[in-house]
Design a protein around this ligand. Structure first.
Ligand code: 6R9
Length: 658
């Protein structure tokens, strides 16, 4: 493992701009300053109060945290709730059924406005339809959909029945989808014929068919939403149209209470080995933390705000901050199917103007791509409704931060830079608007009730101002409860490195620096996980994919810094002798880039594939990716003395640079 953070700490720490809360926020924010002192005085009492304040319980809980089986936590374990009821029925019962839940906009410009009353009815219908297909508590349902209202309906219908959803991002390949369906042994797949992306229909149902052709034996039915109108084949007895099945079902359905630790979803994420990890989240603690953070970090005033999080529901940000947090809080949202630049580069700004978006949450990679196009595009729209901006997915560089605030936030909107992970379920580190003086580039402070430490390699806490590895030192309500089917990997990956007999400590895999004020600056992954456009990719997974191609003998993959995507996938491959002469390096590169996109998904397609004669290895045979990263980023080589053969790097450099 390379403990050296990949961002330039010097450039970050020279950042000295400070932005105190504006008049509009100071004293008027949802977040109360006492939250910090209350949480500090009694952390468990604090979370119990939040759980009672923000969640409706079918059966109230009496115990807060059971940590006796650590590192598997049980929060509010004797309480019972229905997550979908909390996101739907209770708002309707409180008289807010006419409030808009979603202003949905398709990429071609078609629109749907869905109120809480309509969403509740639709979820009840879908729950009845799913129950009729044999779905009940604990069953797994794979969801492979575009960002259309049915994606939210499907997730909530599964939750309503106490079943477990596994949403697979629509950009993943048949092979990736099959792996996830099989790992979770899904009984049902919910998909669409296709969805819109960059002005074209991309097929989804055919990908599901391909995934199920060679596996997925557990799947009994495939439920298909009509969206793309593209031609699809149907397997008799297995495949059903959503509009036949769901529309015909009754819209009466009483939500049953399930225990707080009933699993809510599995979401797969890349780890340091090839196989994606199925991160398991449960109900009561998860809903408490996502509702609390959504309300306080985004200063949500549900009666007034129009909130837009641009994440796809296939990522954790879509789960926690499009579906569960905002709906639990009764928020009104924009939901957009397509890409930011279709049919024109101002599409997002047009939507902000059209719907009067007040709170906007997106990723640094998007902000950087808008910066590159120039401010004349957003300047062509009225963005004056915006009052708060959020960032997530990777560290935001101070230049992008300041551009975001100036150009999108009129120079006044606070920016909350939110650090968290698929595993943490909800936001862990962020400023609170109205309370925190902002520092561009720093995620700043743990939210109330969360304990974060920065440790040195030896596990001792580093004193400010120093860098180290980020750990969470106390259990938190929305923490992962495990890796689906692999308790050993769960302990090994997250808990083995820094736990002591006295204390369990969760290792996040990120490097961080803490400054004199105690503010935290995230410095990127310290393991073999890349962050491309805010999405996690495993170097090992891409390497295995490359090696699975018949022309490849060996492969090494690194994440090289990239102006737009943060990091980009760069691969170095050695061809098998019999193929090395049969094609040019350019032909091999084209074929291998396509192979990776086909096997994993377009997001994993390498920016470059270099055909080389050798790879740099230590005497023990470990590939020194750090040196390849130097090559990929065009730097002078670092220390090569631990290489088994020190001449190797000359050969590689001349292969790459010609
Ligand atoms: C929510 C999400 C998690 C990894 C995480 C870290 C990086 C996310 C960040 C950030 C710096 C932020 N990350 N937010 N780094 N500042 N505000 O992105 O989950 O896809 O699981 O990725 O993303 O490296 O470890 P996930």
């Amino acid at each position: 493992m390379d403990p050296k953070p990949k961002n330039s700490i010097d450039s970050l720490l020279q950042e000295s701009r400070r932005f105190a809360p504006s008049e509009a926020f100071a004293g008027a924010s949802v977040a109360r300053p006492e939250l910090y002192s209350e949480a500090k005085a009694d952390r468990l009492g604090f979370w119990a109060d939040r759980a009672r304040e923000l969640v409706d319980w079918h059966t109230p809980f009496t115990e807060v945290l059971d940590w006796s089986n650590a590192p598997v936590a049980r929060w509010f374990a004797d309480g019972e709730l229905n997550v979908a009821y909390n996101c739907l029925d209770r708002h309707v019962l409180a008289g807010n059924g006419d409030r808009v839940a979603f202003f949905w906009e398709g990429e071609p410009g078609d629109t749907r406005t869905v109120t809480y009353a309509e969403l509740t009815r639709e979820v009840k219908r879908a729950a009845n339809a799913l129950a009729a297909l044999g779905i009940g508590r604990g069953d797994r349902v794979a969801i492979y959909l575009p960002v259309i209202p049915e994606a939210v309906v499907a997730m909530l219908a599964v939750a309503r029945l106490g079943a477990i959803h596994s949403v697979v991002f629509g950009g993943f390949s048949a092979e990736s989808l099959r792996g996830r369906i099989e790992d979770a042994e899904a009984k049902l797949v919910i998909t669409a014929d296709g969805g819109y992306r960059k002005g074209k229909v991309f097929p989804l149902k055919p990908v599901v068919d391909a995934a199920l052709e060679q596996g997925g034996a557990s799947v009994e039915h495939v439920l298909v939403v009509r969206r793309g109108e593209n031609a699809v084949g149907f397997t008799e007895g297995r495949d059903l149209w959503w509009h036949d099945t769901v529309d015909a079902a009754s819209d009466e359905h009483v939500a049953e209470g399930f225990e707080a630790e009933n699993p809510l979803f599995i979401l797969y994420t890349s780890g340091t080995t090839g196989k994606p990890k199925g991160i398991v989240h449960t109900s009561g603690g998860y809903l408490t933390q996502v509702a609390f953070t959504h309300r306080n970090v985004f200063d949500l005033k549900p009666e007034r705000d129009v909130y837009w999080c641009t994440a796809d529901v296939g990522w954790v940000t879509g789960h926690s901050y499009v579906v569960y947090g905002p709906l639990a809080n009764g928020a009104t949202q924009v939901l957009y199917e397509g890409t930011p630049d279709t049919p024109h580069p101002g599409r997002w700004w047009e939507l902000i103007e059209k719907y009067g978006v007040t709170i906007f949450y997106t990723a640094p990679t998007a902000i950087r791509s808008f910066m590159k196009i120039g401010r004349q595009v957003p300047d062509g729209f009225d963005l004056s409704s915006i009052r708060l901006l959020g960032s997530v997915g990777e560290p935001i560089n101070p230049e992008a931060w300041v551009w975001y605030r100036d150009v999108i936030g009129a120079g006044t909107a606070p920016i909350v830079d939110t650090w968290w992970q698929t595993e943490t379920g909800g936001i862990m580190i962020s400023a609170l608007p109205g309370l925190t003086t902002l520092k561009p580039g720093s995620a700043q402070v743990p939210i109330p009730g969360i304990s974060i430490d920065i440790l040195g390699e030896d596990g001792t806490r580093v004193d400010p101002p120093h860098g180290g590895l980020l750990v969470v030192s106390e259990p938190w309500p929305s923490m992962l409860r495990g890796i689906w089917g692999d308790p050993e990997r769960f302990r090994e990956t997250y808990w083995s490195r820094f736990s002591t007999p006295e204390r369990w400590r969760y290792f996040a895999g990120d490097g961080a620096h803490v400054d004199e004020d105690g503010d935290i600056w995230l410095l990127g992954r310290v393991d073999d996980v890349m962050n491309v456009s805010g999405h996690r990719l495993s170097t090992t997974e891409i390497e295995s994919t490359l090696v699975s191609h018949p022309i490849v003998a060996e492969a090494a993959v690194v994440g090289a810094s990239d102006e737009q995507t943060g990091q980009a996938v760069v691969a170095f491959v050695i061809l098998r002798a019999e193929h090395a002469d049969a094609q040019t390096p350019e032909e091999a590169s084209v074929a291998l880039r396509a192979h990776v996109a086909q096997a994993i998904g377009a997001i994993a397609r390498p920016r470059q594939v270099f055909v080389v004669a050798e790879l740099p290895k230590t005497r023990s045979g470990k590939i020194m990716r750090r040196l390849l990263q130097d090559v990929a980023e065009g730097r002078d080589l670092g220390d090569t003395t631990t290489l088994a053969d020190t001449s190797v790097m000359h050969i590689i450099t001349s292969d790459v640079r010609g």
